[in-house]
Design a protein around this ligand. Structure first.
Ligand code: ARG
Length: 417
């Protein structure tokens, strides 16, 4: 009898290693694994070999770095989307991509199910399950870690009993997920939101209080809202982000401490390290400031928030996110130019910006009378009409409920005599 097949998203860690055996033993599947490199899985081949040793019949390895950056991170950057205004969504953006990779392999291998190593408490299980359901409703989604009744010690015991080779890494006191767009760290001592993160939380960023005071400057070039060059050098997307992670991280840029509202109703304290994403968002916003009209810029803020919520909630493949993507693309046609940023002591500041299609007009903005082409006399008529409805309303309905003078301390100096 041929066994049914299940494709597991395999990271090589304890959970998914135990999951391989568990899927075979408890659910009778033939297990196929897929390990995706999104920039933080240095040796995918050895991870895949471990999957085979643990019982997988085949182990797929994918270098998904470029597609991750170009199809998931950059559109989100162009949207200006940060969850709750701060989180660049690194983990959340990886989930729909991994789901798509699972579905592709499942179809190719004739599998009936896909599996992931998420727990029953986080957002990621929702993202995987919902994305898979959207792409391939015929596939079952199995979440062993959510279903089995084992804690870490029991998992280690299970691994030992089945001769599962789990990498002998020093056990981290945190739960960590990382890819090119950022590193997410939670649990352990971080669960007390009053406790400052210890230095061992940070791997990509240097303690900002110890970095060079003068900092460094970097110029980022964009074409239609997409980063293309660093300091005038064209780099492949995955490299541009990696280089910027290193450069900005060395100046302590990109640390985020956030108590966020999870989709499953819990507030959770998370630390993020996202040097490149932080710098790129700041630079992109600075370029938009000179290339977007006021109407578009202001409307787009609402789109950014909505985009962030959709990504966070696992609705990447939904109709609204797709429709917003067309809007965002339409706003980016002239977001082409360069931004100079200074990175110092954990902060990114904009030093300069320029764009061929910049809407910033010096001859309109200047306070130098000799260069000024702005018609000052036109302001009078403009204000007359702009203020008309307010004057009408207040003259009939009153401006204030209480017309009494403000209760402030006031003194008048008077000339003698
Ligand atoms: N809270 C973030 C999110 O939901 C990151 C979760 C990643 N997991 C972790 N082990 N830190 O997108």
């Amino acid at each position: 009898m041929t066994r049914e097949r299940c494709v597991l998203a395999y990271s090589g860690g304890l959970d998914t290693s135990v999951a391989i055996r568990w899927l075979i033993e408890h659910l009778g599947y033939e297990v196929i694994t897929i390990t995706a490199d999104l920039g933080e899985t240095p040796d995918t081949d050895s991870v895949a070999r471990r999957a085979l040793q643990t019982g997988a019949v085949s182990a797929h390895v994918v270098d998904a770095r470029r597609i991750f950056v170009t199809e998931f991170c950059y559109p989100t950057l162009a949207a200006g989307a940060l969850y709750e205004g701060v989180y660049p969504l690194a983990t959340a953006l990886a989930r729909p991509l991994i789901a798509k990779l699972l579905v592709d392999v499942a179809r190719e291998e004739g599998a009936v199910a896909v599996a992931h190593g998420c727990t029953g408490k986080g957002n990621d299980q929702v993202r995987f399950d919902v994305a898979t359901g959207a792409l391939a409703p015929e596939l079952r989604v199995v979440a062993p870690v959510r279903d089995w009744d084992m804690g870490r010690p029991q998992e280690i015991e299970y691994a030992a009993r089945h001769g599962i080779d789990v990498p002998a890494t020093v056990e981290s006191p945190y739960s960590i997920d990382a890819n090119l767009w950022g590193r997410s760290i939670e649990s352990g001592v971080l669960e007390d939101p009053w406790t400052a993160p210890r230095s061992d939380v940070f791997v990509w960023t240097t303690d900002p209080s110890t970095t060079d005071r003068g900092g460094t400057e970097v110029t980022i070039s964009f074409a239609s809202g997409i980063p293309t060059e660093l300091d005038g050098e064209a780099l492949p997307p995955e490299e541009l982000v990696a280089v910027l992670n290193t450069r900005a991280g060395a100046h302590g840029v990109g640390r985020i401490d956030h108590v966020e509202n999870r989709l499953v109703g819990i507030k959770s304290r998370e630390i993020y390290e996202a040097p490149a994403a932080t710098v790129l968002h700041a630079a992109h916003a600075a370029l938009e400031a000179v290339t977007l009209t006021r109407d578009v810029a202001q409307f787009k803020r609402a789109v950014a928030d909505e985009w962030a919520r959709l990504v966070y909630d696992g609705l990447w493949f939904g109709a609204l996110r797709t429709a917003l993507a067309e809007f965002v693309t339409a706003t980016q046609h002239h977001v082409t130019g360069d931004v100079r940023v200074t990175l110092a002591r954990g902060a990114v500041s904009i030093a300069g910006r320029r764009a061929d299609r910049s809407l910033y007009r010096p001859e309109l903005a200047t306070y130098d009378r000799a260069l000024d082409s702005f018609d000052h006399s036109a302001a009078r008529g403009f204000i007359e009409l702009f203020g008309l409805p307010l004057r009408t309303q207040t003259s009939i309905q009153g401006a204030l409920e209480d017309e009494a003078p403000l209760q402030v301390e006031r003194r008048a100096l008077r000339r003698d005599g």
